[in-house]
Write a protein that binds this ligand. Structure first.
Ligand SMILES: N[C@@H](CCC(=O)N[C@@H](CS)C(=O)NCC(=O)O)C(=O)O
Length: 204
């Protein structure tokens, strides 16, 4: 097994390194700078088929999509640890949350960070920021209501669903707007996740 991550914190490569650490798998990282000009070059395009980060290699097989890669690692190399089987009672919720963290939240968290941090101020559009804020509040309201008194989104046990959501909460936090978006339980949940040694290693 030769697992290699092109790693670029604080991008979504964090999810993959976080999962590798939690699963205790051996891996190698190659650091790459978040440089959109470099991402257009033939050199980078030969490494990353989408031109984006993260890109992950299992031997000479290149894979993209951070959440899918965490699921692949668990199923292929860790006996399904941090994952769920179709026979598990919460299998549906597991799939829902791993995908919600990217497909349900990613577009709005991305829009929010674009409108608060990434775009030059003279290119920002207030209505887009308001839209993104509203959608991020809605998504975090769903998380807040679902958490109840649970330490993790599926209950007592940490899973890949927490990795998917935890990263997206981090992206929202980087926007500088999380105080008005996170409910109290979500803020605590985010604090717990980002205190984990594997998270700390993945974000260094
Ligand atoms: N859904 C993809 C998203 C990949 C993505 O959008 N990556 C961003 C960084 S987190 C990127 O490469 N941005 C630079 C660019 O778009 O040029 C995943 O989860 O891996």
């Amino acid at each position: 097994m030769e697992l290699k991550v092109y790693h670029c914190p604080p991008t979504r490569s964090v999810r993959i390194v976080w999962a590798l650490e939690e699963l205790g798998l051996p891996y190698e990282t190659k650091r790459v700078a978040l440089d959109r000009e470099y991402f257009k070059t033939p050199e980078w395009r030969a490494i990353s088929p989408t031109g984006k980060v993260p890109v992950f290699y299992d031997g000479d097989r290149a894979l993209v999509e951070s959440v899918a890669i965490t699921h692949y690692l668990s199923e292929k190399y860790a006996g399904g640890r941090l994952s769920r089987r179709p026979t598990d009672a919460d299998y549906g919720e597991f799939l829902q949350w791993i995908h919600y963290g990217e497909a349900g939240m990613g577009p709005y968290a991305g829009m929010l960070i674009g409108q608060t941090r990434l775009l030059p101020e003279n290119q920002r559009i207030e209505a887009m920021k308001v839209w993104a804020l509203g959608e991020c509040k809605n998504a975090c309201g769903f998380i807040e209501n679902s958490l109840g008194d649970r330490p993790c989104i599926l209950g007592a046990d940490f899973s890949l669903a927490d990795i998917s959501l935890g990263y997206m909460l981090h992206l929202i936090r980087l926007s500088g707007e999380s105080k008005s978006i996170f409910g109290p339980k979500t803020a605590e949940y985010y604090r717990r996740l980002t205190g984990r040694p594997a998270w700390i290693k993945a974000t260094q």
